[in-house]
Design a protein around this ligand. Sequence first.
Ligand code: ASP
Length: 604
Amino acid sequence: MYRTHTCGELRITDINTEITLTGWIQTIRKFGSITFIDLRDRYGITQLLFNEKLTQSLDKNPLGREFVLQVKGKVSERSNKNKNISTGDIEILVSEFKVLNSSAIPPFTIQDDTDGGDDLRMKYRFLDLRRNAIKKNIELRYAVSRAARNYLHQNNFIDIETPFLIKSTPEGARDFVVPSRMNAGEFYALPQSPQTFKQLLMVSGYDRYYQIVKCFRDEDLRADRQPEFTQIDCEMAFVEQEDILQMFEGMIKYIFKEVKNFEYASPLERMTWLDALRNYGNDKPDTRFEMKLANLKSPLQTSPDRGGLLSPGFKVFDEAESVLAISVSGCSDYSRKQTDELTEWVKRPQIGMKGLAFIKHNTDGTLKSSFDKFFNEEQLKQFSAFCDSKPGDLILILAGKEERTRKAISELRLYMADRLGFRKPDEFKLLWITDFPLFEYDEENNRWVARHHPFTSPKPEDIEVMINNDPAIENAEKYLEHPYAKIKANAYDMVLNGNEIGGGSIRIYQRELQEKMFAALGMSKEEAQHKFGFLLGAFEYGAPPHGGIAFGFDRLCAILGGSESIRDFIAFPKNNSGRDVMIDAPSTIDEKQLEELRIKLNLK
Ligand code: ASP
């Protein structure tokens, strides 16, 4: 037997027990004629005491960090107890030891606070994974997957694998393709999600399916995306939107309870897509704090036109399509330097605004704005009342094109919340967003695109609108007036702390409607048949009404772990250029492999 216990197991109640431990050497401290060694394994750290004689033997054959050691000895009470670790009351009086393997000097320290930079840690990921900080993330990931599986199992879902080598039907992201040797000149694609397969399983009668599954999207990697990522992918037959919302509200609460021991007691808040946009500027609002937008002027406005608040003569507001504001509490005393800093922040290319206007609602009740020339006191008062500002608030105002301004103010809202510590990692706010538009308009290609995916059903009351109207857009500028722009989808997203963690829809299940959908997206009959003939065909053999959802598993784990980065929750992640720097992938392949595939490279 290599070991009788693990390095996290022994306690004061084990005193005088003869034990054998194995593990990695974390630290070696020589203390006069004796030596202390911290031995680490997955379960913890145990202090070893090497007596004078053993210490002498170390002089001849020194041990080093990360050596793999087996020790035999007796558990003894420690005089100098360490409250920070579970084995801190004891140490092992070592009687004999054996080096099971030596180790090269590790390129960074394998401790919670490592001195290794990101690149180095990625290259030696197998060592990084030994660190407690990463290990607890990997354990949390397993806990989340276990909880999801338990819940889904209890609710009659079955886990069914779907293929990875499928047909390329790019829609949304780019496909990763895999050449087929046996069918020269032909290619498989890796699935962006098992979407069509899970729908086919509904046609097959497996009315509750799930899979914790890898998905592949060849996207330009924005920060914190991975080309391969994991989804908790689910589908149900004979359901309406409400059934899905309740089932998966149950799942997320179960996961919170199991993983965080946290009762998310209240029902998940529900918000329409339009309300989310109006009040928070985006469709995945962080509702851990309020700071709602004031729509001073906007095409999305519900309340009466607020143009009256905007003094004629101040071009910045007069000429803007949208003027949006937030009131930030406790910032009315911002100095010139601080407001200049904020102005620079909104002018960065990522945010792309021309400038920032502001009103200080001073603690004595007076108002002072960056555009005093154009507004009298009465107007500022109206402005402040409309923005619902309180003494001590700083009202920040952005003006410009609707989409950009809305995006910018929603970023600014998060930025200010970060500065003020409103986004606490241990506080959780879940909500459902519903009533998305079915279509988005792609200005570049002058066509409609599916906002979720082409299998999403319109709301029942909008089906007629879709069937009875021609998708063609005559005046691209006025696409919002086209009946298609108003069609709502039977789709929903789950949002957690400002992140979309899940999304799904009720699906189309009749061939005619699905064909109409493909046509609306600008696909010819032949193209639809070539790409999705299998699904259209299946719909002719008794497809049941169905719908589903998929959760971004990596992101969910990261948020539950209180982290911004999904990478730390994936055992072997890729870097920002999509490379695995540890195994050095992607890499070139042999001439012979290329020949077998009958592929000629054309690298220019
Ligand atoms: N397959 C969809 C996605 O990956 C989720 C769903 O509709 O179930 O976004």
